[in-house]
Design a protein around this ligand. Structure first.
Ligand SMILES: NC(=O)c1ccc[n+]([C@@H]2O[C@H](COP(=O)([O-])OP(=O)(O)OC[C@H]3O[C@@H](n4cnc5c(N)ncnc54)[C@H](OP(=O)(O)O)[C@@H]3O)[C@@H](O)[C@H]2O)c1
Length: 349
């Protein structure tokens, strides 16, 4: 049955990407898209790729209707929580793409973000990575979609942590990320003359996504897992490549790793294992996943040094936000999780 949905914050990059997928989805009818700045304007004027696909216009949030089956919230952290509160009583499925309901603890939220506007709702949310929480997502009213960097770090580490294959103290994730992760708003640090040609480490320690990465990996084994995350902005619009370094807990072979990854991701159609010496694309890289909901994961053992290096590539606007949100919506609605999302990217790009 077709579901009536709305998108709050549809003029941003995640909202625009979500709208693209929603318009192509066979069981979704987009009834409202909101923006204050672009109220009254047609969506295709801001998203030229959608010209010919929709006549929808942005409406201001004060005209937001509560009469929907599902709402997607694509606004900055702290601004999303009041909308979640508004929709909780309506029975609509709520998929929040902000960080507001990703963390279980209001103290951790306060440490990384601000005082939480609605801490009483934190326990209602399910963390939105289907590969970890598929069954809980199916029964949730509120899903807090995982952060983009967090998705790219949690997925490659989860099978290693679950199977006790790595030491839990010395895990380092080094991520390269495209400029769209910063959103559509203007910031001098992402202004073209400042950014073009550059590679910039912008938060070498204490990045906000560290909190959700540690929360989710610790929950897998019920013991603390510590991860250092260092992202770099590079000259790319979409995409993330995370290279994760960890010490092996003991003697481990490639066969052990294939088994661990295959079994963890059995039944997870959007995770592809990429480790192939006989192709140009030996390990994951962002270009083949851009515009898709895939997370490509590959690894290399370094037995001499007792280390493993795991690479993971996603599109921050798809598996890192809009696509993952639709994947969660599909599960919450009783649909196949691939519905409306199953498509390859471009090659060459
Ligand atoms: N970019 C990514 O790669 C990415 C990935 C995962 C998650 N996220 C998260 O997704 C959310 C949106 O990110 P983005 O990159 O799409 O940001 P963005 O491009 O800056 O868009 C922000 C959107 O929020 C709207 N907005 C701002 N304040 C609002 C308020 N108080 N009430 C209603 N609408 C409001 C803006 O609409 P107006 O036109 O009215 O200004 C705009 O549509 C953030 O929480 C971000 O952390 C982003």
């Amino acid at each position: 049955m077709v579901k009536k949905v709305s998108i709050i914050g549809a003029s941003g990059y995640t909202g625009g990407e979500l709208l693209r997928w929603a318009l192509m989805h066979p069981e979704m009818q987009v009834s409202q898209i909101t923006s204050e700045r672009f109220a009254g304007q047609a969506a295709y004027k801001l998203n030229p790729n959608l010209r010919g696909f929709t006549q929808l216009q942005f409406t201001p949030v004060k005209q937001l209707s509560m009469d929907v089956d599902a709402v997607f919230i694509c606004t900055p952290h702290k601004t999303a929580a009041p909308y979640v509160k508004q929709f909780m009583g309506t029975g609509a499925k709520i998929i929040d793409l902000s960080a507001d309901f990703r963390l279980r603890s209001k103290e951790t939220y306060a440490k990384y973000y601000a005082v939480h506007p609605h801490p009483e709702l934190l326990e209602k949310a399910v963390y939105g990575i289907p590969e970890l929480h598929r069954e809980e997502i199916k029964n949730a009213q509120l899903v807090a979609c995982a952060g983009c960097l967090a998705t790219s770090v949690i997925l490659p580490l989860a099978p290693l942590v679950k199977n006790g294959l790595i030491s839990l103290e010395s895990i380092i994730a080094d991520s390269k990320i495209g400029s769209s992760a910063g959103g559509a708003g203007f910031d001098i640090s992402t202004h073209h003359p400042e950014r073009q040609g550059g590679v910039r480490s912008y938060k070498p320690s204490g990045h906000r996504h560290t909190a959700e990465i540690e929360q989710e990996l610790s929950a897998i084994i019920g013991a603390p897992v510590s991860v250092g995350l260092t992202p770099h902005g590079i000259e790319m619009v979409r995409g993330i490549l995370s290279t994760v370094h960890a010490r092996l807990a003991g003697k481990t072979s490639d066969i052990d790793l294939w088994k661990a990854y295959r079994s963890f991701f059995a039944g997870s159609p959007f995770v592809r294992l990429v480790k192939d010496q006989n192709t140009l694309y030996r390990y994951p890289e962002p270009k083949p996943v851009v515009g898709t909901n895939f997370a490509d994961i590959g690894w290399e053992l370094d037995p001499e040094k007792g280390r493993i290096i795991v690479m993971s590539a996603i599109d921050n606007l798809v598996k890192g936000s809009g696509g993952q949100a639709i994947q969660c919506f599909n599960l919450m609605s009783g649909f196949d999780e691939k519905l409306g999302l199953w498509s390859p990217g471009f090659h060459p790009l």
